[in-house]
Design a protein around this ligand. Structure first.
Ligand SMILES: [Zn+2]
Length: 346
């Protein structure tokens, strides 16, 4: 079989190959029919199928499918998204060989001139959650390339959704202690305005929480909004090595950790109907530093909760539960209904 004949558009060749892999992966007949009937939706259908397989605990089949999407991408972006999915799966396996392979794939993605804007934004989030701010910034710079090519003033008409990579870039540059440029100041001002205008959701009691220092109150009474923190997938290993995980959590698969958190969220919202619940993914170093600053036990669940409640105005908090078809709050890359929200788990 001639592989990758020069001059042949990838998209014209991919579906037949993909179809063979999909058959081999034992995907249900209706999925295979969908693939034949809607070739332009190949990527979406397969990503859904990957989510289904992962939700069913068939992670080796899911991985084979992602490898196929990566080897025969329906577009250059699609191949890079599949690579990032594969990195997430390899990371999650906790095996040394898999980790080394994930590193090689990341290295390849980060090769100068390689990474495309959309995947760069996803990869930036991955590095940000892993508290690797230099690499996150590298990716955000690529993801914001189109926006950075324009003057900050000319972006005034754009909505927050269009500015997300630029906001991420500004946040990371702020965290790195870099001097803010005109684009940073513009992006952060847009977020501030957004938070102000959506004060129903974000203004819990009219008081500013203050960032760190004296603003911290460990025993807040009934919160008007509840923000729960969980360690990000990328920082779980670090959290484990710093001894920040509870004995029940330690040594368990990442998905089991997030399902436990999901159960706790459901328990909370059952007991407090009407209180809006949000999630926020934490880095291990952030929690450790917060505990140090406030003289708290870094491994205590209450410390994580206090850290999260202190970030009630954070741009990265997500309303929980997500819509069924939205990406899961745990950043697995799967849809909520096929991840922590899957009926199979509850
Ligand atoms: Zn999830």
């Amino acid at each position: 079989m001639a592989d990758g004949t020069p001059g042949t558009p990838v998209s014209e060749k991919a579906p037949t190959r993909i179809l063979a892999v999909a058959r081999e992966a034992g995907l249900p007949e209706e999925v295979l029919r969908d693939l034949v009937d809607h070739p332009h939706r190949t990527e979406e259908i397969l990503r859904d199928a990957v989510g289904d397989l992962e939700a069913d605990g068939r992670s080796d089949r899911a991985q084979r499918l992602v490898e196929a999407l990566r080897d025969h991408p329906v577009s250059p972006e699609s191949g890079q998204y599949a690579s990032i999915d594969l990195v997430r799966m390899l990371d999650g396996s906790g095996e040394d060989a898999a980790g080394a392979r994930a590193d090689r794939i990341l290295e390849e993605l980060l090769r100068p001139g390689n990474l495309l804007e959309g995947p760069a934004d996803v990869l930036a989030g991955y590095f940000r959650r892993a508290e690797n701010r230099e690499k996150a910034l590298y990716c955000y710079n690529i993801a914001s390339r189109g926006l950075l090519a324009r003057s900050a003033e000319s972006l005034a008409g754009l909505g927050l959704v269009d500015l997300v990579p630029l906001v991420g870039r500004a946040r990371v540059r702020e965290e790195l202690g870099l001097a803010l440029d005109a684009h940073d100041r513009f992006a952060l001002a847009v977020v501030e305005r957004y938070l102000r205008e959506n004060s129903d959701a974000f203004d819990w009691d009219g008081e500013s929480p203050g960032r760190g220092g004296d603003g911290f109150r460990p025993e807040a009474s009934e919160p008007v909004q509840e923000v729960r923190a969980a360690f990000s997938r990328e920082s779980l290993e670090k959290a484990r090595s710093l001894g920040l995980l509870s004995p029940e959590t330690d040594g368990r698969e990442p998905d089991a950790y997030y399902l436990d958190t999901e159960r706790a969220l459901r328990g909370y919202s059952r007991k407090h109907p009407g209180t809006p619940v949000y999630t926020l993914l934490a880095g291990a170093d952030e929690i450790a530093a917060f505990a140090r600053d406030h003289g708290l036990d870094p491994a205590d669940e209450a410390t994580r909760r206090a850290w999260a409640q202190d970030r009630r105005d954070d741009f990265w908090i997500l309303p929980w539960p997500p819509e069924r078809n939205q990406r899961c709050w745990c950043a697995s890359g799967r849809k909520y209904k096929k991840c922590c929200g899957s009926p199979a788990h509850h």
